[in-house]
Design a protein around this ligand. Structure first.
Ligand SMILES: CC(C)(COP(=O)(O)OP(=O)(O)OC[C@H]1O[C@@H](n2cnc3c(N)ncnc32)[C@H](O)[C@@H]1OP(=O)(O)O)[C@@H](O)C(=O)NCCC(=O)NCCS
Length: 274
């Protein structure tokens, strides 16, 4: 039976071959990701000493044991035999043993003119492992290519927890945008980077203003962007009015993303409406 073992950098060429056989752009993006972020918590699936699959996870800093599934691909010659599902299931067991709380994964709904919906099998596999759809961002990867985010709780949440009675504090930090970037793996989807300034500075009047958001949107437009996507924790009450006034729409939320009771709110802005 195939078994998972930790991935080494020396496995990179074989792993990228498997990924790019499915989609060349994915291969390129995966290689960059492994080189930038390393292979910690990445695993390969071996059968008779040959690498036939890859999967893994990355922890999200600043959250209570939340992780994202990373590149999950199986050599095409071995599709449909249950290996993909058992590979991911083994990875989820590892995470449960580490007491991880929740894992997320994202899938595109891309429809290839020849091969059809090439991620459909992955979507079905995640759903059959218990993942549930939480946020769908339309035209995320490209025009007419949506991103579907699915989540899976890995341990029992506290059933006595009540959002109304929780002690999740509303926070009103000073948020400053400090740049914009094209989101990896997308064509023309941008996001703003932001920092939290805890101390009021002498010139600290500007804090998450509509003007700041509009400056960012204009910059995205002049960089050739189509859409802007922003995400924020759910306990920041002061963000909603400026986002709405600047034309952002609420897309949905990733449940208990930061910790139980603190979700991740997703917003988008279609630059055609600017
Ligand atoms: C996704 C992938 C890892 C699944 O591996 P696999 O070994 O082919 O799948 P399995 O045989 O383990 O089947 C897993 C589930 O996929 C679904 N599935 C299997 N074959 C399928 C098919 N021909 N069409 C649609 N769904 C199918 C089933 O729901 C199955 O679960 P079930 O047996 O409980 O019903 C593999 O197909 C792959 O590498 N796909 C391309 C890469 C990819 O899309 N990666 C994810 C990027 S987000």
């Amino acid at each position: 039976m195939p078994a998972l073992r930790p991935m080494n950098m020396s496995d990179l060429v074989k792993v990228i071959k498997i990924i790019e056989a499915h989609d060349e752009d994915d291969g390129e993006a995966a290689e960059k990701d492994y080189l930038d972020s390393g292979v910690e918590n990445q695993f390969v699936l071996e059968r008779d000493g040959k690498i036939i699959g890859v999967t893994g996870y990355r922890e999200v800093s600043g959250t209570d044991q939340t992780a994202w599934l990373t590149w999950t691909y199986l050599d095409e010659a071995h599709h449909g035999k249950g290996y993909g599902k058992s590979m991911v299931s083994d990875l989820l067991d590892k995470l449960r043993n580490l007491n991880a709380r929740k894992i997320f994964t994202k899938v595109s709904d891309y429809e290839d003119p020849e091969d059809g919906k090439i991620y459909e099998r992955a979507l079905k596999m995640y759903q059959s492992l218990g993942f549930e759809q939480e946020v769908v961002s339309h035209d995320f990867y490209d025009e007419d290519e949506d991103q579907i985010i699915l989540g899976l709780p890995l341990r029992e949440e506290d059933s006595t927890f009540s959002e109304e009675e929780s002690n999740v504090a509303e926070e009103k930090p000073i948020i400053r945008f400090d740049g914009l970037y094209e989101i990896a793996e997308t064509e023309g989807a941008y996001s703003f980077s932001w920092v939290v300034k805890n101390k009021k500075t002498l010139f600290g009047k500007r804090c998450f203003t509509v003007e700041d958001l509009k400056i960012g949107l204009e910059s995205v437009k002049s960089s050739g962007g189509r859409k802007t996507f922003l995400t924020f924790p759910s306990n920041l009450p002061l963000i909603h009015n400026p986002l709405q006034a600047a034309g952002f729409k609420y897309v949905g939320r990733l449940e208990n993303y930061y910790e139980q009771g603190v979700h991740e709110f997703h917003f988008s802005h279609d630059l055609n409406n600017l």
